[in-house]
Ligand binder design. Structure first.
Ligand SMILES: C[S@@+](CC[C@H](N)C(=O)[O-])C[C@H]1O[C@@H](n2cnc3c(N)ncnc32)[C@H](O)[C@@H]1O
Length: 342
């Protein structure tokens, strides 16, 4: 049995930084159980020469184990303890594109990038096919995508991503940003915006980009796609094919912080959105949910939720996931709910 020490990356956001070690520990625990069959054992803090690490014991970490550890939202470096010394361990990077895809856009209401990566990681690991996050075969939906933090993170992992947001300005800004980003980096691509019509009326606008990191992949038809709709998430089943989504990740709208609409309207949306997209209802009353019908069986849904005082929904995954509650700012505490549709 070897002891490994994982060095967390410093977080840019100060409030979130206070929670980083606890969150990372919970994230590694979930990844360990869901994707690594418990092979990494208990994760615990350890200080070496005044520097804080997270320590884990494992028999021997193979390439796949290391790839999963490298996904961790605050991963920086990994060492294997060798007596008094720490031996660096090479961990494959999950990033298929330059990280400016996630960092260029800055705006009020943006979901913390590290947090978004964490929710995507643990949700993807909770599906029936966790390896799909490594081999690029999971399709990710953010039903309340804003300006695309989840979508960009999914793209970074080499996954196909689809997003829906009712705010047309968010749609315009994100789609034009994404096209510019593809052009600036000279990634071969095709992108277009069209109207989605049902029974002669327009129900949404659709942006679709097909692209690849390597020109040869693009020319051979090995393309990734990013699809974005300006529309109401409640009509998802009219926008996407049944069974076309493996992972649903969203940071649900909350309170008055998201513009002019009153909290009551948001609450109504929030509760309906839960029922549509997340298998366990917000109040535990609908364990199977009515679903939007677009999720695969074996898919998982995860979300940040700013109402942790309410009891956790029935059907929400518990062990490890319960430790992800954290402060967002002085006024708001957020937790994470993940559920699986079997
Ligand atoms: C917390 S924000 C998501 C922010 C996003 N993760 C980001 O980083 O840009 C919630 C989003 O839900 C969207 N929203 C609220 N009600 C909606 C609905 N009925 N259909 C689609 N989107 C909705 C809002 O416009 C807002 O962009």
């Amino acid at each position: 049995m070897s002891r490994y020490l994982l060095l967390p990356a410093p977080a840019a956001n100060r409030v979130y930084a206070d929670a980083t070690a606890t969150m990372l520990r919970a994230e590694l625990t979930v990844l360990g159980r869901a994707a690594l069959d418990g092979r990494i054992g208990t994760v615990e803090p350890e200080t070496v020469a005044g520097v804080q690490y997270l320590a884990l014991d494992a028999d021997r970490l193979d390439e796949r184990d290391l790839a999963f550890l490298g996904l961790a939202s605050a991963f920086y470096a990994l060492f294997e303890r060798d007596g008094e010394l720490l031996r660096p361990v090479a961990v494959p990077s999950p990033e298929k594109y330059p990280s400016d895809l996630l960092t260029i856009l800055k705006y009020q209401g943006k979901t913390n990038e590290q947090f978004t990566r964490l929710v995507l990681n643990i949700t993807a690991a909770s599906t029936a096919r966790p390896d799909g996050v490594l081999d690029g075969t999971l399709r990710v939906l953010d039903p309340v995508c804003g300006r695309g933090t989840t979508l960009s993170q999914a793209v970074m992992y080499g996954l196909d991503a689809v997003g829906i947001d009712v705010d047309t300005k968010d749609f315009e800004l994100y789609s034009s940003f994404f096209t510019t980003w593809l052009k600036d980096h000279r990634f071969k691509h095709a992108a277009a915006t069209t109207a989605v019509r049902r029974e002669k009326s327009v129900i949404a606008k659709k942006y679709e980009a097909a692209f690849a990191a390597q020109k040869a992949d693009y020319l051979a038809g090995r393309k990734q796609t990013l699809t974005c709709f300006a529309g109401d998430t409640l009509v998802t089943s009219q926008l996407l094919k049944p069974g076309s989504v493996d992972v649903v990740v969203g940071d649900l709208p909350y309170g008055v912080q998201h513009g002019s609409r009153g909290p009551a309207a948001w609450c109504a949306t929030r509760s309906t959105c839960w029922k549509r997209h997340f298998p366990a209802g917000p109040h535990g009353s609908a364990p199977a949910g009515d679903g939007a019908g677009v999720e695969h069986s074996g898919s998982a849904a995860g979300t940040g939720r700013r109402t942790p005082h309410r009891r956790r929904p029935d059907g929400a995954l518990r062990a490890g996931y319960d430790d992800l509650q954290h402060r967002v700012d002085r006024a708001i505490t957020r937790d994470v709910i993940v559920a699986r549709r079997d």
